[in-house]
Structure formats: structure tokens, C-alpha cells
Ligand binder design. Structure first.
Ligand code: SAH
Ligand code: F3S
Length: 482
């Protein structure tokens, strides 16, 4: 499976890239959680690059260690705490070392981090990264520093991210920040604040810049990309009243997607995450019209039961979700879907669970990201509902959902066999260095033998002759079919 959601049990990736050769200080920056965090880390690296820091892969040689953290489930937070305790010894050996926590845990725990843990010197929320230079001056003077103020406007639109540790082929471009949907289980609205959209012109400029630097695929990112909205020449706040605002044409997500597809016509375009409540058929039409927009939608549903969907405040029914899926299937031939599911949410009965399984069979998702419900302090579910499903029941249901997704993935992969696919070469296969790995438009991973003269970023036509549960096995013309 692809890591839309980077497995929290795995240590977050650290990156090294040489930025400004003249920089003498070293930053070790590790990211946990969603793609948004990885993208934010590139903004942080860019800000700190201007302050004399280049990144390093080795925490032992760093002057500054930053962890960009995730709060989505309890386990994600535990992983970060464990990592911080590993840095404790480094701090003892080198009193000048500064350790900081960024992102959602910083926002959720605020000063508690400085008080309880004594492990960190710096706490910075997702909207306060521009303040890092000032905060670092405070820590340099030996004081703890914190800024967890959330903003209604910050989009970091003018900051050109330093591309970290990537393959030089695929990149993330943030289009919205925050989330205004109050799903009752979710901590994101509290840690990332109100939703705001980024100026489309800066988005287009960033995409063109990436194309000119050799990138071949971008993923437009937001907690809920479908609610992207930009009013004429400015943001909502720039207009006196609604009428004045409506006189100008608003730019919706569908429109933005089209603008990007036209601006970088040879670039592959993906987007994540879509929200069934806000997604419109206009998006499907734009996807169908532009060959460079990938035929893949990550459309989290969380549960197949209307009772659960209502308790979760998802603002749509099972039937509405399925009709959206069917509309997409009708308008976009060869479309593929992936899901997010929460298993064992408050009050989930066996019949609710069966409805989740039946919905999965109906949609036939290519992939899924499935987790047992983890109660998060401060969320509406924590305040008003009881986390009453015993852990063994959650685990049994989760295992059933994962097993079914395995079957569906295998079936979907089988459906790709016997024809050629356009694959973007994104790297060398982990299992075999003589093979490339890449993805087709539907986001399915394909491995195939390398050929002379090929390089990362090439788009090649690959005949798929077989599959495993999650991978396509391919061969190129001129290669011997296995
Ligand atoms: N808006 C983004 C981010 C949501 S968080 C998106 O839709 O992807 C990503 C996923 O984490 C959610 O879709 C949900 O399936 C899962 N998640 C969120 N809160 C959770 C919780 N308290 N317990 C378990 N999983 C959760
Ligand atoms: Fe969370 Fe729901 Fe927003 S899952 S990020 S509150 S759409």
C-alpha cells in the first residue's frame, strides 16, 4: 500500500539535502503523520535555511532537532514521546543542543510539553513557523520558547519549500490548511485550526516551478481539498460583504484543478484528501476532461452505517456516498478509489460493522487505511460519547475489514492485468535493484525490469502480466515476457 498515511509505528523519515552551502548549522528534522506534515516540514526547512541551517540525517551532529508531530491517534503520540526520550541522552552530552516539537502535538499539548516533559526547549504549532527565527533566538539565550497561536490567514503562500528527501519526481503542493468540518472523532480542527485556501496564483507558480525543476507529478494537498474556495482577487476577509464577494467569480476546487491541469499540461496531477460531503461532480468532469489528472480518488468514508456516520457528524449518508461513487464511475472510466475507515467507534454494533463490510464490497476500493477508533481528548466524541467498544471487539472487526480490503485489492490489481499502463518511474524497487517501481494513473504500484537509458521521472508504457495483493508486475516492450 502507498503511504498516504505514513505508518506511525515506523520511525518518521529524516532527510538530508544540501541547501545553502554557506550554512554552518545543522538541523535534524523528522516528520510523523500525514502528507501535510511532510509538506509543512519543507516549509520549515526553507525558513531555517535562511537562518543558517542545512539539514542532516544524523541527530548526533545536529545543533537543532525538530520533530513534526501527529496527534491523530494515541499511538502516534506515543511514538513521538519515545523518540524524544531517545534524544534525552544527546541533550545531556551536548547542552547547546536545542530540541523542538512542531505540528499537531505541539498545538494540542502546548506548554504541557515544556512543563511535564523537560525534554524539549521549543514548542511550535502549525501556523507559527514564520516565528521560528525569533523563537530560536530565545532558546539560544537559554529560555524555553513557545508559539502555538493558530491563524485564520496563514497559508505560507510566499514560501518556496525546500524539497526534502524526495525522489525529485513527485512533490506535494499545499492548497488549503485547517479544517472546518467537525467530525466528532477528529482532533485536526483543534490542532490545525480554521480552514483557509491559498492564493491560486501562488499555487500555479509553485506547480510551474516544480515542472521547470524536473518534477513530473504533484499532489495538491489539504485536509479537505474539495472545500477549496478563493474569491476573485482576494480572500473572504478582503470583501466588505457577501454581495460584493459574489459579484466576483469564486474559484472552486474543480476550477483550481482545471487551472493547474492547463498550467502544467504534462505534469501528472493528484489530490488528497477529498471529503464526500464537499465533493462535487464538477471535479469528476474536470478529471475526465484532462488526461494529466490521475484517475484516482482517496475518498474516506469512515463507516458504512448511517447511524455511525451521523454520530461521527460526517454530514452525508451511506446512500449519498454511494451515489457519489457511482457518479464518478460513470463519468470517469477506469477510476479507482481508496478509503479511510474507523473501526469500533462509539456504540458501533455488529450490524453497523456488517454495513461497513458491505459498502466496501460495493465500492471495490483499490486500497484502504483502516484503524481502530482512538479517543482523542477534547474532541466532541470524547466529551459526549462513550468509547464503549471493547478493544478485542475493535481488533476482531478491524482484522475483518483489513482482510476484506486485502481481497478487494487483489481483485482490483487482477483487473489491471493483461494490458499496458503508463507508469511514471519513481524509484528503484525495494526488493530488486534491477527493477524500477512506479505507479499507474489509478495509483497502483508497478514493478518492472530496468532498461538501458531510462531514468527517474520517465513515463513508460508497461504491459502488466501479473500481480500480487498490492503490486502490479510488468514488462516493457523489448523485454522478454517472464
Ligand atoms: N481530512 C484528512 C485528515 C483526516 S485524519 C483526511 O480526510 O484524510 C485521517 C484519517 O485518520 C481519517 O480519515 C480517519 O479515518 C482517521 N482518524 C481520525 N481521527 C481518528 C481517531 N480518533 N481514531 C482513529 N482514526 C482516526
Ligand atoms: Fe478530521 Fe473530518 Fe476534517 S476527519 S480533518 S474533521 S474532514
Amino acid at each position: 500500500m502507498q503511504d498516504k498515511y505514513i505508518d506511525e509505528t515506523k520511525q518518521g523519515e529524516a532527510f538530508a539535502i544540501s541547501e545553502k552551502p554557506a550554512n554552518s548549522k545543522k538541523l535534524f528534522l523528522e516528520s510523523y503523520g500525514c502528507q501535510m506534515n511532510f509538506s509543512d516540514s519543507e516549509i520549515v526547512a526553507s525558513i531555517l535555511n535562511e537562518q543558517g541551517y542545512n539539514t542532516t540525517l544524523k541527530p548526533e551532529e545536529a545543533d537543532l532537532i525538530l520533530l513534526n508531530t501527529c496527534s491523530i491517534r494515541e499511538k502516534a503520540e506515543q511514538t513521538v514521546r519515545m523518540r524524544l526520550s531517545q534524544f534525552k541522552n544527546l541533550k545531556k552530552e551536548r547542552p547547546n543542543l536545542t530540541v523542538g516539537v512542531l505540528g499537531c502535538m505541539a498545538e494540542r499539548l502546548k506548554t504541557k510539553f515544556l512543563e511535564e516533559e523537560q525534554l524539549v526547549d521549543l514548542v511550535v504549532g502549525p501556523d507559527a513557523y514564520r516565528d521560528l527565527p525569533n523563537l530560536l533566538k530565545e532558546t539560544d539565550d537559554g529560555r524555553d520558547a513557545i508559539n502555538v497561536i493558530l491563524s485564520k490567514e496563514e497559508t505560507y503562500a510566499d514560501i518556496n519549500p525546500v524539497r526534502l528527501g524526495g525522489n525529485g519526481v513527485t512533490a506535494f503542493v499545499t492548497i488549503t490548511r485547517g479544517c472546518d468540518n467537525m467530525c466528532t472523532f477528529c482532533v485536526v480542527p483543534f490542532t490545525r485550526g480554521r480552514e483557509r485556501s491559498r492564493d491560486p496564483h501562488s499555487i500555479i507558480e509553485e506547480c510551474k516551478g516544480l515542472w521547470n525543476s524536473g518534477y513530473k507529478e504533484i499532489t495538491l494537498l489539504g485536509q479537505n481539498v474539495d472545500s477549496y474556495l478563493w474569491y476573485g482577487g482576494g480572500a473572504k476577509k478582503d470583501f466588505k460583504n457577501a454581495t460584493e464577494m459574489q459579484k466576483l467569480t469564486a474559484i472552486s476546487f474543480a476550477k483550481l484543478l482545471e487551472m493547474v491541469a492547463v498550467a502544467v499540461p504534462e505534469m501528472r496531477i493528484r489530490f488528497s484528501t477529498s471529503n464526500p460531503h464537499d465533493m462535487t461532480t464538477d471535479v469528476f468532469k474536470v478529471m475526465a476532461e484532462h488526461a494529466n489528472i490521475c484517475k484516482y480518488i482517496h475518498l474516506p468514508v469512515q463507516s458504512g452505517s448511517n447511524t455511525m456516520l451521523e454520530k461521527m457528524n460526517r454530514q452525508h449518508t451511506r446512500e449519498e456516498y454511494l451515489s457519489l461513487i457511482n457518479k464518478a464511475k460513470e463519468l470517469i472510466p477506469d477510476i479507482s478509489f481508496s478509503q479511510d475507515m474507523i473501526i469500533g467507534f462509539c456504540g458501533e454494533k455488529e450490524e453497523d460493522h456488517q454495513l461497513t463490510l458491505s459498502l466496501m464490497r460495493e465500492v471495490e476500493y483499490d486500497y484502504g487505511y483502516m484503524f481502530a477508533y482512538s479517543e482523542r481528548p477534547g474532541t466532541p466524541a470524547h466529551k459526549k460519547m462513550e468509547d464503549d467498544i471493547p478493544s478485542d471487539v475493535k481488533q476482531r472487526r478491524l482484522a475483518e475489514v483489513i482482510a476484506l480490503q486485502g481481497e478487494l485489492s487483489r481483485k482490483r490489481m487482477e483487473g489491471y492485468v493483461g494490458r499496458s499502463h503508463e507508469i511514471l518511474i519513481e524509484g528503484t524497487s525495494r526488493k530488486n535493484e534491477n527493477q524500477w517501481k512506479g505507479r499507474n494513473s489509478q495509483n497502483a504500484v508497478c514493478v518492472f525490469d530496468k532498461q538501458e537509458g531510462q531514468k527517474l521521472g520517465d513515463m513508460v508504457s508497461v504491459f502488466v502480466y501479473g500481480n500480487t495483493q498490492g503490486t502490479l508486475l510488468g514488462t516493457q516492450a523489448n523485454s522478454a515476457v517472464v
